[in-house]
Design a protein around this ligand. Sequence first.
Ligand code: OGA
Ligand code: NI
Length: 354
Amino acid sequence: MFDTSNFQDKHNIPTQFIWPDDEKPCSQRPPELDVAPIDLGEFLSGDPLAVSNATRLVNEACRKHGFFSVMNHSVDSKLLTKAQEAMDFFFGRPISQKQKAQRKHGDHCGYASGFVGRFTTKLPWKETLSFQYSADDTSLNSVENYIVNVMGDEFHEFGRVYQDYCKAMNDLSLRIMELLGMSLGVGRSYFREFFEGNDSIMRLNYYPSCQKPDLTLGTGPHCDPTSLTILHQDHVGGLEVFVDQEWYSISPNPDAFVVNIGDTFMALSNGKYKSCLHRAVVNSLTARKSLAFFLCPRGDKVVRPPNSLVELGSPRVYPDFTWPLLLEFTQKHYRADKKTLDSFTMWLNERMGE
Ligand code: OGA
Ligand code: NI
């Protein structure tokens, strides 16, 4: 087991963290990806020009790579600051305390660390704390309750911050679903309704500084298997996206969220909107934090594109599935990468043929 603090300052990093040459970070910071900034306030005002502008920008971005950013999102900036700051409260604890929330094998909630990871090669230079957020939460399955149960009473306030943050992300994601529905021509409420009662995942990403940032990665290249990711980066930066065979940077903007399509939404859109490969690099000077909310459908919802997206010349690309099955696939059988959805489709087809 590694404790980050033991070797953060060392100049030789353990070999498990060294990535193969063809996956190592670029020697220079890649160029900036031109992500469409969407003014959500204007979109929600209903002004026809603003609506058509926002839907056009989202449509272009999602067909091309699946990344855009939202501003004027009406998430309380004090809540955002608190959610960023509270990460230090948790990740600054001794490893023995963080391990009270240790994620178990095959599970997706809890504390995980590349430094105590489930893989033996290509370890990510990060620590994470993940938890379930249910839009139909009760006090029993609330984020706050989960946190206090695993971490103890001292974590009440911490739990409440992320309970509030998840609620804000749930609202925001449903508004973005209105935008996505309109941009795909299926109407404002189609996806919003599909994701009502969602069972989502919140993840706090903490990337310690690293003396050999050119040898390792904070998060390896992957597509998010979930439906929609709403990411808030702190001021440090490190998110990169693979578009047209090249890596691009997405610089942080504290007033905006980076939004990306995940594999499940790619399937829901019948492949029209892209779930795109991305990764996070680390640096030698500053620890970096990001907050990721992964919107996921309720477990019993069948992921199947609306009829209007399945036409002559655009037949079904992916079979029906439910989110818990894809989650299980990525937890037990497959390390998420750029081919997760294709491999999952093959796996499903094999199972159905059995
Ligand atoms: C993720 C992710 C990128 C980042 O958590 O899935 O891609 O910048 N994070 O932290
Ligand atoms: Ni991701």
